[in-house]
Design a protein around this ligand. Structure first.
Ligand code: PLP
Length: 294
């Protein structure tokens, strides 16, 4: 894929059932002006989004992404997206992506200040080349997120379980990781538990058991982690969710950061301490994640 483009979407109520929503999308070149200067997505980061991996024109895990978009919208008091309308828009975008890896983003913003409706659009662009992270792995540092594990329940207005457009903190964490000589970061709760990476979920292996931090509202429930768990369970491994103390990171037999576009990146070191890499399982997971999945 070489072309970047966007589909502007006229949001249709979640319960409006039609067979064809084609007349609610407008294709625009990604370089063309499309948003108003009064957009609250750009002024306040007030909106929600999803990034979907596309392989050879097939958008991966569309239903889990749409479910998480709806969950994020509910947490932000935004109108819940119509899943049939959005999946048709994703289908149109994916069909234009052609061979290779691409990324489709879904964006639902609160719209123009004082305006009547949210603004919604889908973008498509070529994916970066993540071969080095998938094969050679990533060195991570742990960073304090500043909240304890109970904060999501106590302070839901922090929107910690929503994938909001406000990713400036996540990007700052990645820059801090690079300043410390690492490739990526793992957020810790202030009471010492493992959370997630700024743009990925974490999976640890202990023998034949795989564990990931429980998505209890303080972190996103990763669609890639769910897919990896399906695959591991079908291979007879035990998979589960837990509260994971930070000290478990360097005890793991292997660990990965997993996300929709970079896919499975094995962790090679945590805060400078090397951890074992399972190259064979990593290659198997990435082959699985690159195969067409719904
Ligand atoms: N956690 C955070 C904070 C993320 O931003 C992401 C993806 O961008 C993930 C986890 C992984 O989610 P997914 O596997 O659905 O891409």
């Amino acid at each position: 894929m070489t072309r970047r483009f966007a589909l502007m979407i006229d949001p249709v109520a979640a319960d409006e059932a039609r067979s064809d929503y084609g007349d609610t999308f407008t294709m625009v070149d990604a370089a063309a002006p499309a948003l108003s200067v009064g957009e609250l997505s750009t002024q306040r980061g007030d909106g929600v989004f999803e990034s979907i991996g596309v392989v050879d024109g097939h958008a991966q895990e569309v239903v889990p992404h749409l479910e998480r978009l709806a969950h994020s919208a509910r947490l932000c008091d935004l109108p819940v997206p119509n899943p049939a309308q959005w999946s048709q828009a994703i289908g149109v975008a994916a069909a234009e992506c052609g061979e290779g890896e691409a990324v489709i983003k879904l964006i639902l913003s609160r719209g123009v200040e004082h305006g009547p409706t949210p603004t919604a659009w889908v973008t498509a662009a070529p994916a970066g080349d993540f071969t080095a992270a998938r094969v050679n792995g990533v060195r991570v540092v742990t960073l304090d997120r500043g909240y304890d594990l109970g904060v999501a329940e106590r302070a839901p207005w922090l929107l910690l379980g929503a994938k909001t457009l406000s990713y400036a903190v996540n990007m700052a964490a990645l820059r801090e990781a690079r300043r410390r000589g690492a490739d990526d970061a793992i957020f810790l709760s202030s009471d010492g538990f493992v959370l997630e990476a700024p743009t990925a979920s974490l999976i640890l292996r202990f023998g034949d058991r795989f564990v990931t931090p429980a998505p209890n509202g303080g972190i996103l429930h990763g669609t890639t982690q769910l897919s990896v768990y399906d695959h591991l369970a079908s291979r007879g491994f035990e998979v589960g969710y837990a509260q994971i103390p930070a000290s478990d990171l360097t005890r793991a037999d292997a660990a990965w950061l997993v996300s929709s576009v970079r896919l499975a990146a094995p962790i090679t070191a945590v805060d400078g301490t090397e951890i074992p890499v399972d190259a064979a399982l990593t290659a198997e997971l990435n082959a699985y994640l690159l195969s067409p999945r719904d």
